[in-house]
Design a protein around this ligand. Structure first.
Ligand code: NOJ
Length: 664
């Protein structure tokens, strides 16, 4: 898969690089390949810190590194540096699917080896990787005599900010997991929050703090140690322990993407570069897909998951939906509410779910073979309600069952505030469970779309069958009163979606549904297919709402696997425009959307290929469109364009814009 790779250089720089006036200090700098970012590692009186700057702007001021282990064992203040080595890499690798086909992985690395000066003389390494678009660093606990099995009670990693910058954040440790509206406040007013945490610095930079390669460790939330100083707060087990570890062990990478243009955050692939290449050697069975579902009807009140007169997952209904898939050219169908466990309090009684027992009115064999005869993939569904033990007890047979039926995609669900009655979704317990499911699914050649997931950390590079996740408020939160405000989708690409694809469930055309009022115009629904990335993407509405709708053609045409992604313009929370090139044709797509304010944006199509002409199929808000009063007004036009053309994008209040550029 590698297309090019520069020679990896390895220099061992034996200490001591700078001796401070007080004695045994070490200070060492690392630059990004283009020299724009600088990382400084410092060891002073046994304590390690780092700082990060871009040009003359400080992004992270000196911040702590280290741990507290059980029995208040400080593993952070008696270190000496035993070695510093440097390396660099410049390679380009190909994704099996994604937002960009080719990804450049270009960094300079500094590995610092530390050892306690006295006592147990325990060792720890810190590996810093500096890319042009940000910093990644992780801790390694090498195999050693005096650190075998241990408990992390606190990770001290800091992310201190020199000023009280503005941040977009959702609170952590709340019952609805990641499903909160983003708040935009100064750091000094911030709660303890989930990552990605995106910050606009007072000197005009954008920094997004997150983590990569989260395996077997609690996930990182961020708390304030004082007004603008931030510290990581690892999600604990119910025992209070943050991670049970055994050396040798490598923590997840802590990462900070840094750009000077908000729109460029969406082009960062650092999170993937900090993950290992695929563990799945034959990836030919892993494919992005669009899908419809026996699903939205459960939210509008047309269907139920449970048995009864409105049961959605009946054989008859499934066959009707498969016929719609065939008619519309949508290659997959999700079916929820097909198995025993939904009758009664399914959130409280997840232990009742049975994953190989269909309801009597759902002839699963007939449905699956009918789907196969029509070339439609069934997307299976495993809701667990967080009853993880019940799921794990059945998971082998559940995947084997679906595999036998030809089901290649499974949507999983964990509706509950805790897993197994007491553990948080983003704890080490949760991380282990989601990983177990992904790895087992791979054995059965099953692709996963997890709802109520642990957050994404780029592990889809290593486990490309773990394709998409929910992990934020999607359209199911829409309602008359407390739905998602129109600014929500102008925040997601710069926060949640930096962690990986999101199953947002776009494509609702019955916007004025009194049971489920949607906060967007029709054109905005189309824009989501470009702006809100997911390799498994839904046409979420009831299929008959797409009949005789010219706007549906965009959903039929738009791909969900991309050759290239370009962030065109953005003010986070106000508007965003993204362009993407189809991976399987020469066509380009553009999506633009706004918050509750109308606006006019000018975009020159310079991303289009040189020397080519295109027919632009444009789906824009009608002149009188408005998300509250006139959401369906849409203007569909075509015009010939080249990369020299400048488009004026008119966005209605709560509106959007979608364009397909068909290469001529
Ligand atoms: C919540 C999920 O987000 C939704 O998509 C699913 O339909 C329900 N849980 C039931 O599993």
């Amino acid at each position: 898969m590698k297309t090019s790779r520069s020679v990896q250089t390895l220099l061992s720089v034996f200490l001591i690089l700078l001796v401070t006036s007080c004695g045994s200090g070490v200070k060492k700098q690392l630059s990004s390949p283009d020299n724009s970012l600088k990382l400084t590692f410092t060891l002073t009186e046994g304590k390690a810190t780092y700082e990060l700057s871009k040009g003359d702007k400080v992004v992270i001021s000196p911040s702590e590194l280290g741990f507290i282990l059980s029995n208040n064992d400080q593993f952070n203040d008696r270190f000496r540096v035993t070695d510093i080595s440097e390396a660099s890499l410049d390679e380009t690798w190909e994704q099996p699917w994604g937002e960009d086909r080719y990804v450049r992985n270009n960094y300079n690395q500094m590995a610092v080896s530390l050892e306690e000066k006295d006592g147990l003389k325990r060792k720890m390494n810190i590996i810093f990787r500096l890319f042009d678009d940000g910093l990644g660093f992780r801790y390694e606990f090498p195999e050693q005599e005096n650190l075998k099995e241990f408990e992390v009670m606190d990770e001290l990693t800091g992310f201190n900010m020199p000023r009280d910058n503005m941040a977009w954040w959702i609170p952590a440790y709340r019952p609805e997991r990641y499903e909160y509206l983003y708040r935009h406040t100064p750091l000094s007013a911030m709660d303890t929050v989930h990552t990605p945490l995106t910050i606009e610095t007072k000197d005009g930079l954008y920094a997004s703090i997150h983590e990569a390669a989260l395996y077997d460790y609690g996930s990182m939330t961020i708390c304030r140690s004082d007004s603008s100083n931030l510290k990581c707060d690892i999600t604990p087990w119910s025992t209070g322990v943050k991670a049970y570890l055994k050396a040798p062990f490598k923590t997840p990478w802590r990462m900070v993407i840094v750009t000077d243009d908000a729109a460029k955050l969406v082009e960062s692939r650092m999170i993937l570069n900090l993950n290992d290449p695929s563990e799945i050697k034959d990836m030919s069975w892993i494919k992005p897909t669009k899908f419809m579902g026996i699903w939205w009807g459960m939210f509008t009140g047309d269907y139920t998951w449970a048995q009864g007169p409105k049961h959605g997952a009946t054989t008859k209904n499934a066959i009707k939906y498969i016929d719609y898939c065939t008619q519309f050219g949508i290659p997959a169908l999700l079916i929820e509410g097909w198995n025993y466990g939904w009758d009664g309090d399914w959130v409280g009684e997840g232990y009742k779910f049975e994953y190989t027992k269909p309801y009597p009115d759902f002839d699963i064999e007939k449905v699956c073979s009918y789907a196969a005869s029509k070339g439609v993939n069934i997307i299976g569904h495993h809701e667990t309600s967080g009853a993880v033990m019940n799921y794990e007890n059945q998971i082998d047979s559940a995947f084997a069952y679906y595999q036998k039926l030809g089901v290649k995609y499974v949507k999983t669900g964990y509706v509950n505030s805790v897993l197994a009655g007491k553990e948080l979704h983003h704890s080490q317990y949760g991380v282990r469970h989601y990983q177990k499911v992904a790895e087992l699914a791979a054995q059965y050649h099953i692709m996963i779309d997890a709802h109520e997931p642990v957050k994404g950390t780029g592990i889809q590079r290593t486990w490309p069958n773990f394709m998409s996740r929910e992990g934020a408020r999607g359209q199911e939160y829409e309602s008359i009163t407390n739905g998602n405000p129109p600014e929500h989708e102008a925040i997601l690409p710069f926060t949640r979606i930096l962690s990986g694809g999101m199953d947002f469930t776009p494509g609702i055309f019955y916007i004025d549904n009194p049971n489920k009022k949607i906060s967007s115009t029709l054109a905005k629904q189309l824009s989501y297919y470009v702006v809100i990335y997911s390799p498994i993407v839904m046409a979420a509405d009831l299929p008959w709402h797409y009949l005789n709708q010219p706007a549906f053609k965009f959903i039929q045409d738009v791909p969900c696997d991309w050759d290239k992604t370009i962030g065109i313009n953005a003010v986070i929370g106000d508007y965003v425009t993204i362009a993407r090139k189809d991976r399987n044709s020469d066509n380009w797509y553009l999506g633009s959307l706004t918050d509750e304010n109308a606006r006019e944006l000018t975009v020159t199509l310079s991303f289009l290929d040189e020397g080519r002409k295109y027919t632009a199929e444009i789906y824009a808000d009608g002149d009188d469109a408005d998300w509250q009063n006139n959401p369906l007004s849409i203007s569909i036009t075509t015009q010939e364009v080249t990369r020299e053309t400048t488009l004026t994008i008119k966005l209605a209040p709560g509106g959007g814009y979608a364009a397909r550029f068909v290469a001529l």
